[in-house]
Design a protein around this ligand. Structure first.
Ligand SMILES: [Zn+2]
Length: 508
């Protein structure tokens, strides 16, 4: 959960942790929650700093069972300057369902948090469905004191793992949550385990100790799953279980930075309507809250400004259809050979115009490419490519900076053309998409529209940075027009980049 600087503190407290745990106040009575009111029930389990690519090597039968029974979506986080890959931003993103540029938490100081506008999901549930019986158990104290998770919970267990050590407190959390699921009627629970992050810091994510800790927490998860199945009313209930993490870890241990290992996150969910064995490429960490709401039958108010979507809903992004044709690196050196993440072949019906494009350069980025977050952001760290948070799966990118890293001649000039869409009898055509544009020098980025295959005219230009935002362009349909297509035209000369994703054209 911590900045690397907290390692010292954690190591110092570790020696006294056992004594403190043993000598702690008498075991508290399990709190009594108000009676539940919903047959739809949700358990969210947070495991701090859990590198998903280490689960396979661990003795983790319950996580693996959930992967086969449910849907498992891995993705990458932001990095600075949007936010550090730390617990404050990570758990805020999970709990609020929005990215750090909205919830405002950029690091573990929580300075700038906007939980008033973007509350955690238990606080949200209290507003919209106060009759739900809710419970939260955490042992990283800021999740309570900073208001990230516990506000709105009908009952909570808050322990101080930094002071006392996490091992004993995690066990206490597992036992109390198990007792409440077995003996009471909660509707929504959030249960947090922190020791995975401590072992990650102290022994590294590459260590056997880290795998052993995954096994410990997997056993806690197994007890909670068994408690759900043992409920006398289980047959008439519809339970969803979600597991997520707030950030990854380097192999030697530590996080906060921009490496892919630190940015690794996942959302794993089982429950009604959630496909078994699915591995979607379009799941992101903001999807936990919309999944919770969907499973509880609570409609999302657009005024909440949520960034996520339920894990069972696929984005209708034409670029995601390219996943199976993505290939590995050609000229790039920073991308491991096994990472399959780019193609120049557009989706069916789309086309590229590269007749004004220079020659040579880095093959991967010669003109518009279709790429994944991991492939593109591995090209060069800390040039803000990590901030592409609102793209999902495969996106289109024009990157004159990376193209120029190999001998080339001429300018970077590339156009991406959408299919033609029917506008017969319509008055307005609307283009929705997500954009990430970083401006430099004489670079240009222009959207043009063409009706009935006529001459394209500009409808929007970008001249300053747009850091991963949804966009919407409305264009009147001329009388008699029957078809429309859009063009994304980028020019540059060793400048920055332009990302387009989630293109949707609608008419009215
Ligand atoms: Zn940490």
């Amino acid at each position: 959960m911590s900045h690397p600087s907290r390692r010292t503190v954690l190591t110092a407290t570790a020696t006294t942790a056992a004594a403190l745990t043993l000598g702690a106040a008498p075991a508290r009575a399990v709190p009594t929650l108000p009676g539940g009111t919903s047959q739809d029930k949700v358990l969210v389990v947070g495991m701090d700093g859990l590198r998903h690519d280490r689960i396979a090597a661990a003795n983790a039968p319950h996580l693996k069972a959930m992967m086969s029974e449910g849907t498992y979506g891995t993705s990458l986080l932001y990095a600075n300057p949007m936010a550090a890959t730390s617990s404050g931003p990570g758990w805020s993103t999970i709990s609020t369902g929005v990215w750090p540029d909205k919830h405002g938490v950029k690091d573990n100081t929580f300075a700038g948090k906007k939980y008033g506008q973007y509350p955690g999901f238990l606080a949200r549930l209290t507003q919209v469905r106060p009759a739900l019986s809710t419970y939260a158990a955490v042992d990283w104290l800021p999740l309570d004191t900073q208001g990230t998770i516990t506000p709105g919970a009908d009952a909570k267990l808050v322990l101080d793992g930094d002071r006392d050590g996490y091992t004993g407190h995690d066990a206490t959390i597992a036992a109390e949550a198990e007792a409440i699921i077995k003996g009471q009627n909660p509707d929504v629970l959030f249960v947090y385990f922190g020791q995975s992050d401590i072992v990650g810091h102290n022994q590294g994510a590459g260590s056997q100790a880290y795998l052993d800790q995954i096994a410990v927490q997997d056993a806690y998860l197994g007890r909670l799953r068994a408690a759900i199945k043992a409920r006398p009313s289980h047959a008439t209930e519809r339970w969803t279980v979600i597991v997520a993490t707030d950030h990854g870890h380097t192999d030697p241990g530590g996080h906060g930075g921009s490496s892919v290992e630190e940015r690794r996150t996942f959302v794993l969910a089982t429950g009604p309507g959630i496909a078994a064995g699915a591995r979607p490429i379009d799941t992101r960490l903001v999807d936990v809250v919309p999944t919770v709401l969907k499973q509880l039958g609570i409609p999302v108010d657009p005024a909440w400004g949520l960034d996520g979507k339920p894990i069972q809903e696929r984005s209708a992004d034409p670029f995601d259809t390219l996943q199976s044709s993505l290939t590995g690196r050609v000229d790039e050196t920073g991308i491991p050979a096994g990472v399959l993440g780019f193609t120049h072949t557009p989706p069916s019906g789309w086309s590229l115009i590269n007749n004004a494009m220079g020659t040579g350069g880095v093959t991967e980025w010669r003109g518009w490419s279709f790429a994944t977050d991991e492939f593109w952001s591995r090209t060069q760290r800390d040039q803000s490519r990590e901030l592409n948070v609102r793209a999902r799966g495969v996106f289109a990118v024009a990157d004159s900076d990376e193209w120029s890293d190999k001998s080339f001649s001429g300018n970077y000039d590339t156009t991406l053309v959408t299919p033609a869409y029917d506008v017969t009898g319509k008055t307005t055509v609307r283009l929705d998409f997500t954009t990430f544009y970083r401006q430099e020098g004489a670079q240009s980025a222009q959207i043009l529209v063409s009706f009935n295959l006529g001459a394209p005219t500009a409808v929007k230009s970008y001249t300053s940075d747009v850091i991963s935002q949804p966009q919407s362009v409305n264009v009147p349909v001329p009388a008699g027009a029957s078809s429309v297509s859009f063009r994304f035209h980028y020019t540059g000369s060793n400048n920055w980049y332009w990302v387009i994703d989630g293109v949707k054209v609608t008419t009215s």
